[in-house]
Structure formats: C-alpha cells, structure tokens
Ligand binder design. Structure first.
Ligand SMILES: O=C(O)c1cc(=O)[nH]c(=O)n1[C@@H]1O[C@H](COP(=O)(O)O)[C@@H](O)[C@H]1O
Length: 279
C-alpha cells in the first residue's frame, strides 16, 4: 500500500522545507520568458520549472486552467509535467479546484486520484461549496490511493468572504465548518493527516479559527498577492508548522533563467525558514 499523502508530505516538508511552487503558465509569463503563447511555449515553460526546482521544493502545484486553455494538447503537456515532476522526486498537488454533486465528483476523483489515471497526482484541490459531503467519493478514493485533498476553506481572494464568512444556524461560519470537517477526517492520523485546507496567507490574524486540523494548510497569496513569509506566523499562529506556503508568480517571473528561478525559490525558502519559530 502506498504511504499516505500526509506522511509523504510531512517528510518532504521536513527535508526540503515547506515551500510549494505553483506552475501557472500565464500568457503574460510566457511572453516575458520570450516564449510564444502556444503549446510549445507551454511545454518549454513547464519543463524548465520542473527541471530547475524538482530536487529542492517539497511540492509543485500546477494550475490546470493554464493548460486546459490549449485544449487536449495542453492537457497532454499537463500530464507530462505531472509525471516528470513526480519522477524527479517532488510531490504534485493538482490545482483543479473540482467540486460537483457526489456522482459526478466520483468521476473527477477518478481523473486525478485513481492510481492508473494519466493525470494521477499526489493531491488535488477541491471546492466544498456543493456541500462538504459531496466530496466524499474523492475522500474515499484518496484514502485508497494514498493521495490527499486540499479543500477550499478560507481563500486568499477578497470575494471569498461572502460565502466563507456566512454564519450558519449553529453560529459557526462556513469556513470554520470546513475546517471542522477536515479535522474529523484527519483524526488519529500520524504524523499528519492527508486532508488539507486551503487558507490564504493574505487573510491577517486567523486566531478566531481552529486551524488545528491535524492536516496541512496550503497558504496561497505569498508574493504576487501581497503576503510575505514574515506574515505567516501572525496569520497561522500555532498551526504554522503544518503550513505549506504557495508562491507562483513570485518565483516564475524570474525565469527562464534556471539559476534565477532557483535563487528566487531559495530566497522564499530562506525567508519561510526564518519566519518559522524554532522548536
Ligand atoms: O487553491 C489554490 O491554490 C488557491 C486558493 C486561493 O485561495 N488562492 C489562490 O491564489 N490559489 C491559487 O494559488 C496560486 C496563486 O498564484 P500567485 O498569486 O501567482 O502566487 C494560483 O494558482 C491560484 O489559483
């Protein structure tokens, strides 16, 4: 049986530091890199990021939309990117933010979490806004495959609050409810559960939330969206040791030079390390 995602992630974070680098081939980045905004440019961009960083970052997070933009040929590049990154020793978190009624969710789960699927990834971002229970086929298949999920709980964008801060009849807000579902999912798992939450690094003090879900907290928003590694302890408090900060454009804008990409990722990694309390 494959070792559960949470255990594999914990080890990668301990060995390499927790930085997750996003593979987000924006059209504007392809142009800045001197590439055409086409499938060949997409392939060159993705391969360069993987070659530059696969031996040093814990996790890559390819953003599916930037590949889907090019139709089936773009998806073929995504497949190759996932496979090359995994083969090179990095974990891959597929950022596809899937979410649907349960029976359709089962098909999304098959696409990304079934071991022999061409797009099989170590973990997948999912949206619980058709109800947390609608994600259950993905939870079941992830457990079976030793994969993980990252559930959108408190997103980094300013619009997220109208849904996530809405207060339920029991007085708890929707984001907090998602965190509670994840804590239940991860009960008893050691060293870390496989069911993570997405919690934006941009959100300021989150001490009113119980972030102790015994699972990873993906923290997008560092770099281009304005958060810095130094902000992380103030946002996440005691949960900081389970935080996986994601940086996409903040690193990618330094390409196509491999040395500059590495230097940028190292800088973020160093700043994250300095921000973490010791012990
Ligand atoms: O699930 C995500 O990854 C995600 C959730 C969220 O709340 N905010 C957020 O920015 N993201 C993703 O994280 C990445 C952030 O990219 P940069 O702003 O370029 O670092 C993008 O791929 C977003 O789609």
């Amino acid at each position: 049986m494959t070792e559960p995602f949470g255990a594999r992630l914990r080890r990668a974070m301990d060995e390499r530091g927790p930085l997750c680098v996003g593979i987000d081939p924006h059209a504007s980045l392809l142009t800045e890199w001197g590439l055409n905004d086409d499938v060949a440019g997409l392939e060159r961009f993705s391969r360069t990021v993987v070659e530059a960083l696969s031996d040093r970052v814990a996790v890559f997070k390819p953003q599916s939309a930037f590949f889907e933009r090019f139709g089936s040929r773009g998806v073929a590049v995504l497949e190759k990117t996932v496979q090359e990154a995994r083969a090179a020793g990095a974990l891959v978190l597929m950022d596809a933010k899937r979410g649907d009624i349960g029976s359709t969710m089962a098909a999304y789960a098959e696409a990304f979490l079934r071991k022999d699927s061409p797009l099989f990834s170590d973990a997948l971002t999912v949206s619980p806004y058709l109800g947390y229970g609608s994600l259950s086929p993905a939870v079941v298949l992830a457990r079976e495959s030793g994969a993980g999920l990252f559930v959108l709980a408190l997103t980094s964008n300013p619009e997220g609050g109208e849904v996530q801060h809405a207060v339920r009849a029991d007085g708890r807000n929707v984001g907090a409810t998602m965190l509670a579902h994840l804590a239940a999912e991860n009960t008893g798992e050691e060293p870390l559960g496989s069911f993570g939450a997405v919690v934006g690094a941009t959100l300021g003090d989150l001490s009113s939330y119980d972030l102790d879900i015994n699972g990873p907290l993906l923290a997008p928003g560092v770099g281009a969206q304005g958060a810095t590694p130094a902000d992380l302890p103030g946002v996440f408090g005691a949960a900081i040791h389970n935080v996986v900060p994601n940086v996409s454009r903040g690193v990618l804008r330094h390409g196509p030079d491999v040395g500059a990409l590495r230097a940028s990722a190292e800088r973020f990694a160093d700043e994250i390390r300095s921000a973490l309390p010791t012990g």
